[in-house]
Ligand binder design. Structure first.
Ligand SMILES: C[S@@+](CC[C@H](N)C(=O)[O-])C[C@H]1O[C@@H](n2cnc3c(N)ncnc32)[C@H](O)[C@@H]1O
Length: 237
């Protein structure tokens, strides 16, 4: 099935492996509303949370864009910090390493984020990644992030979200479909992508995400970004 931007997939089998990394930046930029603006917003927010002698960890780093831009933004900053990006897809990691060049402040690792530690981190970011982590592992992961994040550190969470009930979900679905048509995707590409994501991309609602953050221990949480079915939170420890 052609899911758009020359990316092929099968029903319930969406994957970031193979040569998807070559088309990924274009594909996500086109399919996720305000993708660049949202990243830019969180780069600005990073100014409030970067701590000396700490780490910034990006989970599901894909092609590494957020961390590379974060390093560029703070290159004149006197604080000593390092950046680590984690992704399970080798091709994404190899590509990110190439993109980052010789910058010693940034490292990319091929590793499942449910198995890493977050000690000494001042920022943990997850842009459109948690939605791909099996639902039964999400709470455990957020608990670990909360427990190991530095005091005063922040978790940046951006997700596709479901509506609070069937009526709102229907509205969100339809406006997103129209958004994709406006971006030039054909009806058959939209249907194929949605079939390929069955059981792979499982968003929670806004409340589902907020409840999960609260259960982990986060008390200071706001929703800072929202466009249709996409939402970004800041959760401060
Ligand atoms: C939608 S992409 C993330 C996009 C990226 N954060 C950005 O803003 O451009 C989701 C990424 O999460 C990765 N991923 C999914 N499950 C993972 C896991 N358990 N551990 C690490 N990476 C994972 C996928 O390989 C994929 O590259």
């Amino acid at each position: 099935m052609n899911t758009g931007d020359k990316i092929k997939s099968k029903t319930a089998s969406w994957s970031f492996r193979g040569d998807t990394f070559k088309k990924f930046d274009d594909h996500i930029n086109k399919s996720v509303p305000l993708y660049n603006e949202c990243r830019d917003l969180y780069l600005k927010i990073s100014d409030f949370f970067l701590q000396d002698k700490s780490r910034v960890i990006d989970i599901g780093s894909s092609t590494g864009t957020f961390l590379i831009e974060l390093i560029n933004r703070h290159k004149k900053n006197d604080k000593k910090f390092s950046c680590e990006g984690y992704d399970t897809v080798k091709e994404m990691i190899d590509y990110s390493k190439k993109k980052a060049g010789k910058n010693s402040k940034i490292k990319f690792f091929k590793k499942d984020v449910t198995l890493i530690n977050f000690k000494k981190s001042c920022i943990v970011s997850s842009f459109y990644t948690l939605q791909f982590i099996p639902q039964n592992k999400r709470q455990f992961l957020i608990n670990k992030i909360y427990k190991e994040l530095n005091w005063g550190g922040a978790f940046f969470l951006v997700e596709k979200v479901r509506g609070p009930d069937a009526r709102f979900q229907d509205i969100l679905n339809q406006i997103y479909m129209e958004y994709k048509i406006d971006k030039g995707y054909s009806s058959s590409e939209i249907l194929s992508k949605s079939k390929s994501l069955k059981g792979v991309l499982e968003p929670f609602s806004t409340k589902g995400n907020l409840d999960m953050l609260k259960r982990a221990g986060f008390k200071d949480v706001i929703s800072i970004f929202k466009y249709g079915p996409f939402e970004g939170f800041i959760a401060i420890k």
